[in-house]
Design a binder for this molecule. Structure first.
Ligand code: GH3
Ligand code: MG
Length: 306
């Protein structure tokens, strides 16, 4: 387990060793410096969980040190507890005004110091967990749980950014796995899931950074290709199709292959996104009804099974 670090900034050796004696445990590292300047450098380098900061020091005092820490993105979220001999209300208020989370008065009551540090350490842990959960929630809102590709909603939002902010040509590809129901029926649902993940990975490897790849539905993938020519789009679509058809899937001692069919359109900005989706779906439908394992460009309709 990673140790938490408490940074103690105090110009008195005696105070530092008292604090160390009270707080140090096997899971807590106490790092000591003797000036505000050193405290700022150490805070940036160590990213401590908490800072205990003396107010009256040579050089920059505790208030100024705290202000500097709070004005930097790297250190602004580290809670600062002032260590103060001045516990008149003005000094305490000034401490809170410059961003302190709390204060402890000298001389220390060891149990009080421990208790205050413990409360702030717990708050920090809760905050970290919340931040982690928020990040996970945000990811879950835009991605598909199985393939980790963007979901339909995120795709639609990103496509609108390309459509409205850039005047580059955009092509849409819609792929659907052929006879996917048969894969599930013959080899099981897990094999079907594995195919979905593998096809996603093949696509990811061959697409460019700026392309948007999404899981559009059950076994459908929608891809947005910005700034690309018609010819390049058709070549890329067929490359994706061929790479999938060459791949040998292996699941529970079964080996099998599968193919995909794709519809291609040039995005038409004069009609709605929904109408564009419907057009690319129609191109895909033509591919399915004319034999599958092919890509169909809907305008002009070009069929390619090469
Ligand atoms: P076609 O070639 O015309 O596309 O036929 P198909 O069998 O691929 O299409 P159909 O619509 O008949 O069946 C699609 C199947 O995909 C049915 C559904 O149970 C399955 N499916 C949808 N989502 C998932 C998934 O997340 N995992 C698995 N394993 N199967 C899924
Ligand atoms: Mg299908």
């Amino acid at each position: 387990m990673e140790k938490d670090t408490i940074l103690v900034v105090d110009d008195s050796d005696i105070i530092c060793s008292i604090v160390k004696g009270i707080l140090e445990t096997p899971s807590l590292h106490i790092y000591i410096v003797h000036s505000g300047e050193e405290g700022i450098i150490a805070a940036k380098k160590l990213h401590p969980t908490l800072i205990l900061l003396d107010i009256i020091m040579n050089g920059i005092d505790g208030y100024e040190t705290c202000q500097i820490l709070k004005s930097s993105d790297e250190t602004k979220d580290i809670p600062v507890i002032f260590i103060t001999g001045n516990n008149d209300s003005d000094s305490v208020l000034k401490g809170f005004e410059v961003g302190a989370a709390d204060y402890v008065s000298k001389p220390f009551i060891p149990e009080e110091l421990k208790a205050r540090v413990k409360v702030h350490m717990q708050n920090i842990k809760i905050q970290r967990e919340l931040q982690f959960l928020m990040k996970e929630l945000k990811e879950m809102a835009v991605t598909d749980y199985l393939t980790k590709l963007y979901n339909r909603r995120y795709f639609a939002d990103q496509l609108q950014v390309y459509v409205t902010q850039y005047m580059l040509p955009i092509f849409l590809l819609l792929f659907d796995i052929d006879n996917f129901k048969k894969i599930n029926d013959s080899y099981g649902h897990n094999a079907g899931d594995m195919v979905l993940v593998t096809v996603s990975n093949i696509f990811k490897l061959l697409l460019r950074e700026e392309d948007i790849l999404s899981r559009w539905g059950g076994e459908e993938f929608m891809i947005c290709l910005p700034n690309i020519s018609e010819e390049e789009t058709i070549d890329l679509a067929n490359k994706l199709r061929k790479e999938v058809s060459k791949y040998t899937f292996n699941c529970d001692n079964n080996t099998f292959q599968c193919t995909i069919t794709g519809g291609i359109i040039k995005y038409d900005r004069s009609i709605s996104a929904e109408k564009n989706y419907s057009n690319v779906d129609q191109a895909l439908y033509l591919g399915k009804s004319s034999g599958k394992n092919r890509c169909i460009y809907n305008d002009p309709i070009l069929e390619s099974t090469n």
